[in-house]
Structures are given as structure tokens and as C-alpha cells.
Design a protein around this ligand. Structure first.
Ligand SMILES: NC(=O)c1ccc[n+]([C@@H]2O[C@H](COP(=O)([O-])OP(=O)(O)OC[C@H]3O[C@@H](n4cnc5c(N)ncnc54)[C@H](O)[C@@H]3O)[C@@H](O)[C@H]2O)c1
Length: 474
């Protein structure tokens, strides 16, 4: 389903009307058009800065430069000596940030290593980096701040400063969202400095167009060689549930784009749509209800027969059966709990016994409804919150096998599920977000592809909201 208001607000008439009536003008988001490449940031200028005492400047400069961005600096900034020293060691060139009306292309990326903050007054260095340039952030620009994970930051003042950054990026995301620009925070845990390149590339790229205001911890990952790009998932076998349409179809398509062999699964009643999606992407269809008691065995048998096992499982199938709790019949409770939640645990248990290859990665689709809660969704919200706790607690189990489990929590996404909502709540769901619009299924699919790949090797047990910084639960 398309967002007609967004389309209208970009016509000359719609633009004039929106500004006359003071209505929102949601920005057009720039999205990646192809698979992951070695240089997703090619042609873009990155303004880089650091706090005094910052710890990750050298890997950050190396990674952002290897991803294709050219580096710029603010000449007067206090943390500049660290940036210059790192650039010198890496033999990278630094240019000054151009003045506003100089005619030079503006910086599109703003990367700040805040890991040196030891006391509140020092946070002025972040203000001194962002404040002069915030007005110049272009449409679909990216702000990314890096800090030590608060849990590992040390004494209370360090912890407080690291935590303060969460408030900073959430507020900044809401300021710059009008332009389609995003602000996010990576929190580095022990060993995570070796795993920063993947998340850095993801959040700064056009693959992360609908993610803002988020905090993602990055830790140590398993030792394995990064794949040659394009083809981040070449040689991998992925199962996607609910793949006939909507978000599941986009996930199947995106994993195939990245080189994975895809088994798309959906309820037998959706076999027609499933067949169409699978023939479009060269995948294999499996018409099977996720709640079937033998689902894991049948999935494992199919994967084994066709490919010799599974590397990636995406639990996307889900339903809503909304009713106020006082009116909710028991079968609506049972159905939603079993499809959205119980089946995921059963299928994973079965595949852990037999089906998963070593290093398998699981991605579960949660919802911001499980974080913020909506009236009429006690059943749905319970399942989507449960998935978040499940991913956290299964992380250690998956890590022992060299794999990982993470969750993606979509906000309002333009699919058949949201098209069925009444007009009022639908419009509120879209506009009450920093980016002022609903996301597209591909926005969720890009995050799933990231979590399925080597690039997310340092991330396990986490939930990432892909919601345009929706105000619900934010
Ligand atoms: N669309 C949104 O805004 C949004 C927001 C948050 C979370 N989500 C979640 O994203 C996922 C996909 O949502 P969508 O909007 O694409 O929904 P959708 O209704 O368009 O698609 C869901 C798919 O799951 C399949 N399915 C349902 N029950 C099944 C079963 N028992 N066995 C196998 N397949 C089954 C359906 O046939 C369908 O193809 C769901 O888990 C949903 O809760 C969606």
C-alpha cells in the first residue's frame, strides 16, 4: 500500500497546501538500490571527530575510509590531535569541512568517537562538533556516535556520560528526521572494536534508511573471514517464514539478492502467493503452517534434501487478532500466541537438535507494539515482547555454536497488515515518528540481511527497532 499523502506533499500543489496549512511534509528517503558492495559510502564526505581520550579513532577512520567515504575535519575541535594522529598512521588525507555557501558538496556523514568522555563538562566536545554543522546536514544524512558500552565504562561518571549519549542521539534524531536524516549510537563492548566495520557501514549507508534514534551494542564475534562483496550471503541457505507477501517476501528477496539460497515458507492457504514470490527470486516454496507440531522436522528435511542444512532462519510469520482484553475470545489469544511465539521456540528447539549448521544465525521479527503496547493488542504485544527476551536469553546458546540470534522490531510498515487498519490509527502510526512516514518492507529486509551476515558478527541477543524513530515506546 502506498502513502498517498507523502506522494501528494511532494507535488507543487501539495507542497504549497501543506505549508499553507502547517501540515507535515515527510521527506523522501534515499534507499540502497543494489546489493552490498565493498564501498557503500563511495562519493560521500564524512566529517569525523573525537572526544579527547577517545579509544576507537583509528579503526573508525580506517573503516569509514575503506567503505569509500572521504574524510573531513573541523579545524578548531579539541579532539583533533587524535584524529590527525590516526589519519597520519593510516596515511589518510583529511580535508577541512567546507563553509556553508562554498559550493562544495556538504558532508553527508557525521561520525564522532565519544568514548573518551570522563565527566559531564567534557561532553561540550560533542556539542562543539555537532552544533556548528547540524544545520548543514543534507537530506538522508547520517549521524553516528560511538561510545564505550555503559556497563563497561568504569566509574559512575564514565557510565553516566556513556548513558547520556543515548538521550543525545534520540533527541537529535527527532530534530533532523524532517530531512530524512538519521542519528544512531553504537556502544562498544570488550572485543567489539574488531567488529565495528560492519555496523558502521550499515548505519551510515542507504541500507539503513528507516533506522533512527537507536542504540546498538557491539561485542566480540567469531573468527571467520569476511565474504567478498557483492554476495554477502553467497553459499548460505536461508529459511524465511511468512514469505508469500509483505515483509516476508521482501526478506526472501533481499537475502536472495545477497546470494543466499532461499526456502520460503508460508501457510498452505497462501501457496499461490508463495509460488509467485519464490519463482521471482529463484527460491524454493514450502507450504507449511508454522504451528504444525512437526514443522521443525519438515523444515530440516527440506533443507537437508535440497541444500544439506540451514545457515539462516528468519521467523517472520505473524498475525494480529486485535480485541480489547475484555472482549477477547480464548481462541484469539491462543492463535496469536502460538503463531507469533510458541512456534518460534518449537522450531528453533527442533532445528538446534537437527537442522542448523554450525554458525547459524536466527532473526526473529518482533514489533514496536511489543515495546510500547497498543490497546487491543494484549495478545500480540505479549508475543512480540516475549521474542525480545527470548533472543536475549538464547544468545549464549547460539554463541556456543559460533552463531547468533537477534530480533528486528518494525514500526509502521506499508503492508497488507497495516492497510487493514482504520484510517485514523493508520495515519497516526505513519506520522508520529521522526521520519514522518511508514517504512517499506525492504527496510526490515535490509536489517534482517545485516543480522544474517558476517557484518553483524559482533551482535548477539539484541533487538533493533526499524521504525523511523516512531514515538511509540521511544
Ligand atoms: N506491517 C507492519 O507494520 C508490522 C509492524 C510490526 C511488526 N510486524 C511483523 O512483521 C511480520 C510480517 O508482517 P506483514 O505486515 O508482512 O504481515 P502480512 O500479514 O502481510 O504477512 C504475514 C505472512 O505470514 C503468513 N502466516 C500467517 N500465519 C501463518 C502460519 N500459521 N504459518 C505460516 N505462515 C503464516 C501469512 O500467510 C503472510 O504471508 C509479522 O510478524 C508482523 O507481526 C509488521
Amino acid at each position: 500500500m502506498s502513502d498517498r499523502y507523502l506522494e501528494l506533499s511532494h507535488t507543487p500543489f501539495g507542497k504549497a497546501l501543506a505549508s499553507l496549512l502547517g501540515l507535515p511534509q515527510p521527506p523522501r528517503l534515499r534507499r540502497a538500490e543494489g546489493p552490498w558492495s565493498e564501498q557503500p559510502l563511495a562519493g560521500r564526505h564524512a566529517l569525523v571527530g573525537a572526544s579527547t581520550g577517545a579509544q576507537f579513532v583509528q579503526p573508525l577512520l580506517a573503516d569509514v575510509s575503506a567503505a569509500g567515504a572521504s574524510l573531513r575535519i573541523l579545524p578548531e575541535h579539541r579532539g583533533l590531535p587524535l584524529v590527525k594522529e590516526a589519519a597520519h598512521k593510516l596515511k589518510l588525507t583529511l580535508a577541512g569541512n567546507p563553509a556553508k555557501d562554498s559550493g562544495d558538496a556538504p558532508s553527508a556523514i557525521f561520525l564522532f568517537d565519544a568514548s573518551g568522555f570522563a565527566e559531564p563538562a567534557q561532553m561540550r566536545e560533542l556539542y562543539d562538533f555537532m552544533q556548528p554543522v547540524v544545520g548543514q546536514i543534507p537530506s538522508s544524512g547520517r549521524v553516528l556516535v560511538i561510545s564505550r558500552a555503559p556497563s563497561e565504562a568504569g566509574d559512575p561518571a564514565h557510565v553516566a556520560c556513556a548513558t547520556a549519549l543515548r538521550g543525545f542521539i534520540r533527541a537529535l534524531g527527532k530534530e533532523i528526521g524532517k530531512k530524512g536524516a538519521t542519528a544512531n549510537l553504537l556502544e562498544v563492548q570488550t572485543g567489539g572494536e574488531d567488529w565495528l566495520a560492519g555496523p558502521l557501514r550499515f548505519f551510515l549507508s542507504e541500507h539503513a534508511a528507516f533506522i533512527s534514534g537507536q542504540v546498538l551494542p557491539v561485542g566480540a564475534g567469531p573468527r571467520e573471514e569476511p565474504p567478498a562483496l557483492p554476495g554477502s550471503l553467497r553459499g548460505k541457505v536461508a529459511l524465511v517464514t511468512g514469505a508469500a507477501r509483505g515483509i516476508g517476501a521482501a526478506i526472501a528477496e533481499t537475502l536472495a539478492r545477497e546470494g543466499a539460497s532461499v526456502i520460503g515458507m508460508d501457510h498452505p492457504s497462501a501457496e499461490g502467493g508463495l509460488g509467485e514470490t519464490m519463482s521471482r527470486i529463484g527460491g524454493i516454496g514450502l507450504a507449511l503452517d508454522v504451528t504444525a507440531r512437526d514443522a521443525a522436522q519438515r523444515i530440516a528435511a527440506e533443507a537437508d534434501k535440497k541444500f544439506g542444512g540451514l545457515d539462516i532462519v528468519v521467523h517472520n510469520a505473524g498475525v494480529t487478532r486485535d480485541k480489547m482484553l475484555r472482549n477477547m475470545a480464548p481462541h484469539l489469544w491462543d492463535m496469536v500466541l502460538d503463531i507469533n511465539f510458541g512456534s518460534i521456540l518449537r522450531i528453533n528447539d527442533g532445528l538446534l537438535k537437527d537442522g542448523f549448521k554450525d554458525g547459524a544465525r536466527i532473526v526473529c521479527i518482533s514489533s514496536i507494539g511489543g515495546i510500547g503496547g497498543n490497546a487491543g493488542q494484549t495478545n500480540y504485544a505479549a508475543t512480540k515482547a516475549g521474542i525480545i527476551g527470548y533472543a536475549e536469553s538464547m544468545a549464549a546458546v547460539m554463541a556456543k555454536r559460533g552463531g547468533a540470534i537477534n530480533a528486528v522490531a518494525p514500526g509502521f510498515i506499508e503492508t497488507a497488515m497495516t492497510a487493514a487498519m482504520p484510517v485514523g490509527p493508520r495515519e497516526v502510526g505513519r506520522r508520529l515518528s521522526a521520519l514522518g512516514q511508514g517504512g517499506l518492507p525492504v527496510d526490515i529486509a535490509e536489517a534482517v540481511a545485516f543480522f544474517s551476515s558476517h557484518a553483524a558478527g559482533g551482535i548477539n541477543g539484541r533487538t533493533l527497532r526499524v521504525c523511523g524513530q516512531n514515538f511509540m515506546g521511544a
